[in-house]
Design a protein around this ligand. Structure first.
Ligand code: NIG
Ligand code: FE
Length: 426
């Protein structure tokens, strides 16, 4: 890993800047998702971790400052490759110890995710490993995931707790996220998902568990600045709408923003939650027309995670076309987790979005960069290649950006730059 104060990427075949063509503020909607603002034979100059200029290679090489300081600059000849903003993976669950292979086999034999969870499998199986693990192990697990994500082009990651579900192990998970993030050159945003499911020891007493989330986990995480967001799995077998509201109230009282898993297994009514100004509703397999209309008027992002549908072997995917065509801002994320989506590849999520949700390759790029940044409230720093933004770049060894989603199951990412640091080189 190299920290270079000045970095020039030149001879970029297609430089996808994602600069807004309309100049409008806000997450990208409808036809805006297709606008990538591409510069051919492009160049990007970065200084002190920020992007300072973006244009053609010819113009960059004519720059008087660059001519004078050329020796101090690390120049990377991209030789016609594609460069785009580093992916913003706005939904991941990296704090777990083991894969859930028994669940995997049971599903292959015909059991559904819900049936496995009811029979004692599912999320609850992952709790033991995290509760028992020392923090060091968890830091190692998260850091390994972050490094692998960077190797696939991701430079900003939202990371949730949610496999401890005791006050102590949720805080330990958030600490592990913080420590791993401090050892990684990219940017990590932490989310408290204490409300993932009701753990066994609280079975039949979900209200007591919700109280522990609201009165202990949230205040402690907020006081120690361990999380920026609070998430709730609001669905059958997890938390009800009333419990979700209660948790959102507690988050708001403690100055934390909210996001939620919504409509993964059954339809939720989203409208009442909009007063909390959620950054994102995630999954959205089941969503009603009134809520689609509401979301088209709000900046709450619909984050779609097709990796979960793929891995659960579902035929149905979230209605991306309907959402996009109605003007709802859509993001894509991996949902990296051991139960429903053990992938950390954003290109894989993009490929699934193309083939199963009929998003165009261009739409998947916008959904994985600037709209992911909106879903994390980081759009002022991340998600486009523009002067003043963080130097977060992904270089793909392809000649055309559409190949990123096309070569599925393969990693064509050649290099990432995270906050100005060259993380992985060809
Ligand atoms: O996003 N739905 C809730 N959480 C995860 C699954 C967690 C698990 O099964 O371990 C998801 O799909
Ligand atoms: Fe999730």
């Amino acid at each position: 890993m190299r920290k270079e104060s000045t970095l020039l990427l030149s001879s970029i075949g297609q430089l996808l800047t994602l600069r807004s063509a309309s100049g409008k503020h806000g997450p990208r909607r409808g036809p805006e998702l297709k606008q990538l603002s591409i510069i051919e034979d492009g160049a990007v100059l970065c200084l002190g971790g920020k992007i300072v200029s973006v244009g053609t290679t010819k113009d960059a090489l004519r720059d008087p400052w660059l001519k004078k300081n050329r020796k101090k600059v690390l120049e990377i000849d991209c030789a016609g490759k594609v460069v785009l903003p580093g992916f913003v993976d706005s939904h991941t669950h990296p704090v777990f110890v083991s894969p859930r292979l028994v669940d995997f086999e049971k599903r292959i034999e015909g059991a559904s995710y819900e049936e496995i969870a009811k029979a004692g499998g599912g999320i609850r199986v992952s709790l033991e490993g995290v509760r028992k693990a020392g923090k060091r192990i968890l830091v190692e697990k998260v850091l390994a995931a972050l490094r692998d994500m960077a190797a696939h082009g991701t430079t900003t990651v939202e990371a949730k707790s949610g496999y401890g579900l005791t006050v102590e192990s949720e805080l330990k998970s958030l600490e592990a996220i913080r420590e791993a993030g401090s050892l990684w050159a990219g940017t990590v945003v932490a989310t408290l998902l204490g409300a993932h499911v009701v753990p066994k020891e609280f079975q039949g007493r979900s209200q007591n568990y919700v109280e522990s989330v609201c009165k202990e986990m949230i205040p402690k995480a907020a006081r120690r600045k361990l999380a920026q967001f609070v998430d709730v799995f609001c669905d059958d077998g997890a938390f009800t709408a009333a419990e979700t509201e209660q948790i959102f109230e507690a988050a708001a009282q403690h100055g934390l923003s909210v996001r939620a898993h919504m409509g993964q297994l059954s339809e939720a009514v989203l409208r009442p939650f909009l007063r909390f100004d959620p950054a994102s509703f995630d999954h959205m397999d089941y969503v009603n027309d009134d809520d689609i209309l509401q979301l088209s008027k709000h900046d709450t992002v619909a984050t779609l995670v097709p990796g979960a549908n793929y891995f659960l072997g579902l035929k149905k995917y979230p209605p991306a076309r309907k959402l996009i065509d109605a003007g709802v801002p859509v993001a894509l994320a991996t949902d990296y987790n051991p139960g429903t989506s053990p992938t950390l590849s954003m290109p894989m999520a993009m490929s699934l979005a193309c083939t199963h949700m009929k998003m165009s390759p261009a739409e998947t790029i916008t959904a994985s960069t600037i709209n992911g940044a909106w879903a994390l409230r980081l759009a002022d720093r991340k998600g486009t290649i523009e002067a003043g933004k963080d130097a977060d770049l992904a270089v793909f060894a392809v000649a055309d950006y559409r190949e990123i989603a096309y070569w599925f199951g393969d990693n064509r990412c050649a290099m990432t730059v995270m906050n100005g640091t060259v993380a992985s080189e060809p």
